[in-house]
Design a protein around this ligand. Structure first.
Ligand SMILES: Nc1ncnc2c1ncn2[C@@H]1O[C@H](COP(=O)(O)OP(=O)(O)OP(=O)(O)O)[C@@H](O)[C@H]1O
Ligand SMILES: [Mg+2]
Length: 396
């Protein structure tokens, strides 16, 4: 391996990952564990075999973090060619390592690869992997190393989970910052004293924190609702609808207002009008909700009108930053105070846990799914819950 060419020894955790024969390795580590160092060593190792490797960072600026040690380590190899402008290192045997950044998807297209490292990949768009890097590995049956500190439960978490299942191709690890013998434990303890426990657990212990810094807390505890096939006698129901935009899902959510449980969810991405209307109608017939709170975005307007013409009790909801903030905060409060229960549905739980808030410079909050993730289950649920709270059907 590269360590025979260059004078670097992996520490025990790095060696363990290196020695695994899995094709796709997912490495969840605390800050300063030696993630970047391992990624760079693995790339040089592949290049030393005459093969082609890429080192990919989330942004151009962050790619400097890899390019610097890569250049430094490569300088120890005789007759190596360092192409600064292309940020590429070419070994005498023809093997190469190229540094790229995922914020420029076009730069990720092109040649077939033997190996790719994605450093801090929890901060990348999932599309970088699915649409650009995974296909580039296909013709050479290339391998991949996903490395990151966690960022809540986003796609990196899902990849890590794949590696926890015993399926041969994927393997995953978790290491804390304390596992790097080159960083003194006191340094990490000092950092711990300055930050909230949850942040420390994520950043240094590499824990995939349930609801890390997120909007909704107590999601897992709420996931105990039993699905219902049809309305129970004497119960009242409420529905919420988030219509698909171009590339996401239409989600119908029905809440049993007698128990505050989500009793039925339908999620689909056929966006032709007739499919959407007939699926909605089917759920309506099963539960006869008091009202259907329907988002009035570009497509939602005409669809909601069609439903009204069919005689369904549709109440339109216009989403603006202000109205969205209101219904999301009401839903967050419902989770925090354990008022609402949801089914144990991985997609719904994932969306709720990943949902983010950012405060704009003006002080206003903005709510959204992280880049690359959907929020249609969150919105549909928030609309239904809004209906439960505001009894708009009284106005119908
Ligand atoms: N095998 C090794 N031998 C010597 N030093 C190492 C080794 N691995 C890591 N280090 C040192 O540990 C420190 C952290 O390494 P690195 O930057 O690779 O970690 P990281 O997990 O990517 O950190 P960050 O979270 O800041 O991105 C650096 O000073 C690096 O030189
Ligand atoms: Mg790093």
């Amino acid at each position: 391996m590269a360590k025979t060419l260059i004078n670097v020894k992996p520490h025990p955790g790095q060696a363990e990952v290196h020695n695994s024969s899995a094709r796709f390795k997912v490495l969840d580590c605390g800050r300063r564990w030696g993630k970047t160092r391992l990624g760079v060593m693995e790339c040089l190792d592949v290049a030393a075999q005459g093969k082609r490797a890429w080192w990919v960072a989330p942004t151009y600026k962050m790619s400097e973090v890899g390019w610097r040690p890569l250049r430094g380590l490569a300088a120890q190899i005789p007759h190596v060619e360092v192409r600064r402008a292309d940020r590429e290192i070419i070994l005498p045997n023809g093997g190469s390592v190229t540094v790229r950044s995922a914020d420029n998807p076009d730069s990720l297209r092109g040649e077939g690869l033997d190996f790719v490292v994605m450093d801090e990949c929890a901060f990348m768009h999932e599309d970088a992997w699915n649409e650009a890097l995974r296909p580039a590995l296909a013709d050479r049956q290339g391998r991949a190393l996903f490395i990151s500190t966690p960022k809540g439960r986003n796609w990196f978490w899902r990849m890590w989970q794949l590696g926890q299942e015993d399926n041969g191709q994927w393997q995953s690890w978790r290491f804390t910052s304390y596992d790097n013998p080159f960083v003194p434990n006191e340094e990490i303890d000092a950092a711990r004293a300055t930050m909230p426990e949850r942040v420390f657990a994520q950043e240094f212990l590499a824990e995939f924190i349930d609801d890390a810094g997120g909007v909704f807390r107590g999601v897992m505890a709420a996931a105990t609702a039993e699905p219902q096939d049809k309305a129970e006698a004497g119960h009242e129901y409420m529905m919420g609808v988030d219509w698909a935009q171009s590339n996401d899902f239409t989600v119908l959510t029905c809440i049993d207002m007698t128990t505050n449980e989500v009793c039925a969810v339908d999620r689909f991405n056929q966006i032709d009008y007739s499919t959407q209307l007939s699926r909605l109608r089917a759920m309506y017939e099963r539960f006869k909700p008091a009202a259907i709170i329907s988002e009035k975005n570009s497509m939602g307007g005409p669809l909601s009108e069609s439903l009204q013409q069919m005689g369904l009790p549709v109440q339109m909801f216009t989403t603006t930053n202000a109205t969205k903030t209101e219904i999301i905060q009401a839903l967050a409060l419902a989770f925090e105070t354990a008022q609402v229960r949801i089914p144990n549905d991985a997609t719904m739980i994932g969306e709720l846990q990943a949902y983010e808030q950012t405060q704009l410079p003006s002080g206003i909050w903005r709510y959204s799914a992280p880049d690359g993730m959907h929020d249609d289950m969150v919105m549909s649920l928030a609309l239904a819950w809004h209906g439960c709270n505001n009894k708009p059907w009284l106005l119908l």
